[in-house]
Design a binder for this molecule. Structure first.
Ligand code: HEC
Length: 125
């Protein structure tokens, strides 16, 4: 009899324990930041390390780096670039892009690749 009681208590605790953690996960999903992003070009692999970082180093960091008052942000690191990645779509990717400031838009193939990287959720790949 005692055993059955203990077992029952055990089962009740187990069930409550489960439902608690389940609702915790739910509220995390509901209340968390909206970071959900679905890659738009899942078959295309434009990497940060092998491609994007090189483009930014070549064309952008002369203005966009720490301590330089010319351009905002610091494009020398991934975490510095990430907050600006979405903005590349308006400022760097279009045919009439105004970045790099004071120069012609980047070559079309480069702009296309940046477009893929941003729309694939700007991964640190
Ligand atoms: C000659 C300096 C210079 C170069 C080179 C340059 N930028 Fe900029 N950039 C600026 C300045 C200054 C601003 C802020 C004024 C503005 O938004 O127009 C800016 C703004 C931006 C913004 C908008 C930031 C915001 O907070 O809204 C983005 C995105 C950007 N640049 C991306 C780039 C990229 C990518 C490159 C390289 C392909 C680049 N820039 C090259 C000077 C430069």
């Amino acid at each position: 009899m005692k055993r059955t009681k203990l077992l029952l208590i055990g089962i009740v605790l187990f069930l409550f324990g489960c439902s608690d953690s389940a609702s915790e996960i739910d509220s995390e999903l509901d209340g968390g930041p909206n970071t959900e992003c679905i890659p738009e070009f899942p078959g295309m692999d434009v990497t940060y390390a092998n491609y994007v970082a090189g483009v930014l180093n070549k064309y952008c960091i002369e203005c966009h780096h720490t301590g330089n008052s010319q351009g905002p942000g610091d494009f020398t690191t991934y975490s510095g670039v990430l907050p600006y990645a979405e903005k590349f779509l308006a400022r760097v990717v279009p045919d009439n892009a105004d970045m790099p400031q004071g120069s012609a838009p980047l070559p079309k193939a480069v702009r296309d690749s940046l477009n893929v990287w941003v729309k694939n959720c700007a991964p640190q790949n």
